[in-house]
Write a protein that binds this ligand. Structure first.
Ligand SMILES: CC(C)(COP(=O)(O)OP(=O)(O)OC[C@H]1O[C@@H](n2cnc3c(N)ncnc32)[C@H](O)[C@@H]1OP(=O)(O)O)[C@@H](O)C(=O)NCCC(=O)NCCS
Length: 153
């Protein structure tokens, strides 16, 4: 049995990402297999970061970016994307720490509920979110590309 008092505590320093962090953030997302052919990660970063209703937070272990989260809200609910921890640094509490920072970011803006999407085949991450007290909700997600292109998986 694991004694939670001896569980590793994250030492990440979390802040909004800076101009110089773009290539390291994209590289981390690629290592975590979070990029998709239809999402240009640099464009995603440019659209989300440093905005009134969205930002990208990075967790640094020393000089190295070990974790990220894209956090934002639509005026009603909060959302996170690109939740990533360096594969060499899993199970050290970094995922919990970067998610706590995203939750704080939303609370500070008066947002009361955080939602997130998980691909059905990403079963490992489901256990992670359940550990963080997220509960699966029965919803059907509809989406369409606004430029008319066919739906992607
Ligand atoms: C999911 C991910 C962010 C977790 O990061 P992490 O730093 O390893 O997680 P933590 O060490 O903070 O774990 C937090 C808790 O979740 C639990 N947990 C983490 N991964 C788990 C897993 N695969 N199965 C069961 N529990 C898990 C830990 O045991 C820990 O519990 P505790 O705090 O009670 O001890 C990381 O695995 C990752 O980057 N995965 C690839 C990218 C990805 O799939 N992102 C999500 C897209 S929706």
């Amino acid at each position: 049995m694991t004694d939670s008092s001896t569980a590793p505590k994250s030492n990440l320093a979390v802040s909004a990402m800076g101009d110089a962090d773009v290539s390291a953030v994209v590289a981390l997302w690629e290592r975590c297999e979070l990029t998709r052919p239809w999402n240009d990660p640099s464009a995603d970063i440019a659209r989300a970061r440093g905005k009134a209703s969205s930002d990208i937070l990075v967790g640094r272990d020393g000089e190295t970016i070990a974790a990220t989260v894209m956090v934002g809200h639509d005026g009603h609910r909060g959302w996170v994307y690109y939740v990533a921890v360096d594969p060499d640094q899993h199970n050290r509490g970094h995922g919990r720490a970067i998610m706590a920072a995203a939750e704080d970011w939303l609370r500070e803006r008066g947002i009361e509920k955080l939602q997130l999407l998980v691909r059905a085949d990403n079963t490992r991450v489901q256990a992670f979110y359940e550990t963080l007290d997220f509960e699966e909700q029965e919803r059907i997600v509809y989406a369409k590309w606004l430029d008319g292109r066919p739906m992607t998986p």
